[in-house]
Ligand binder design. Sequence first.
Ligand code: ATP
Ligand code: FE2
Length: 335
Amino acid sequence: MKLKKILGIESTAHTWSVGIIGFDGTVFSLVNDTYIPEKGGLHPALVKEQHLNNFMNIINQALLEASISIHDIDLIAFSKSPGLGPILKIGAQAARMLTQLLDIPIVAVNHCIAHIEIGRLMCKIEDPLALYVSGGNTIVSAYEFGRYQIFGETLDIPIGNLIDSFARDVGLPHPGGPKIEKLAFNSNKYLSLPYVVKGMDLSFSGLYTAAKRLLESKDYNKKYNLNDVAYSLQETAFAMLAEVTERALAHTEKKEVLLTGGVAANKRLQEMIKYISAEHGARFEVVPLKYAGDNGAMIGWTGLLRYEAEGGHTILETQINPKERMDQITIPWRD
Ligand code: ATP
Ligand code: FE2
């Protein structure tokens, strides 16, 4: 039987998202509920409360938007890794409840792989080198030897986390990325900051500390201002990302480059990655904004790919795995 509709549940961090997607990749609906901290970072207990209170509402809204009933769903997919344990559990529990209640198959999905698969679908590309940049991840990956191999990654904080933390320090609320981008746009004065690429990996914590020091210096708001620091932070961090992506591109000789994850929205980062892609004769694509950040449609789509290749998971196989890496997982739907 060809599947008709998949309900995908995303629940790894701040966003509870439900997407309903067809077997041909048509998205029928996508509804997000995002926890935004009043101040400070994500507090798992508070995110969990919000998701627990709203999860059925969001599922119902997605069904309403798709003009279908829960009984029209043929497959449940949910994000089982990586992420914050207490939050992953809510998605897993909701998905297990639905699969048993409706007596339909279930597939557990790795969130990072889903970010790449939705990019392949939406941008109509086959075999990209992916730069996946978000609040929780910074990964350069491509498919080789049956897996999404990791060619480079952060050794400490992720790029989105660097930008969000810096933004928080200067009093800008979450998410900081778009606000820092705006500030940086007003400057072209580069202040020297630590550029740390180790082999194919990146380190952003020294950059974060140095950027904060610039704000505490006696020269701040005399010789330079916040726009200049934001600009320098972006230029340094994005140049590091571009260097590692370019080397992975030279090594893999892929003919397509995909920019995905929430930070993919940044125009300056897009410009840099577009430039290095062109240098290597590779086609450059950015995942459409709606699907670049965390969303249930990407989980539904990736669930379908696995289901069509090797069937669903048993309930025992749907245990969450907060630390699972994407290169641990075999990909039976490619090749
Ligand atoms: P993951 O679980 O995959 O790590 P996430 O929980 O961080 O994802 P996303 O929606 O993928 O969620 O990404 C959010 C991040 O994207 C935040 O760090 C946010 O500041 C960043 N971001 C959004 N827009 C921009 C922008 N224009 N420039 C830079 N960063 C941005
Ligand atoms: Fe994500």
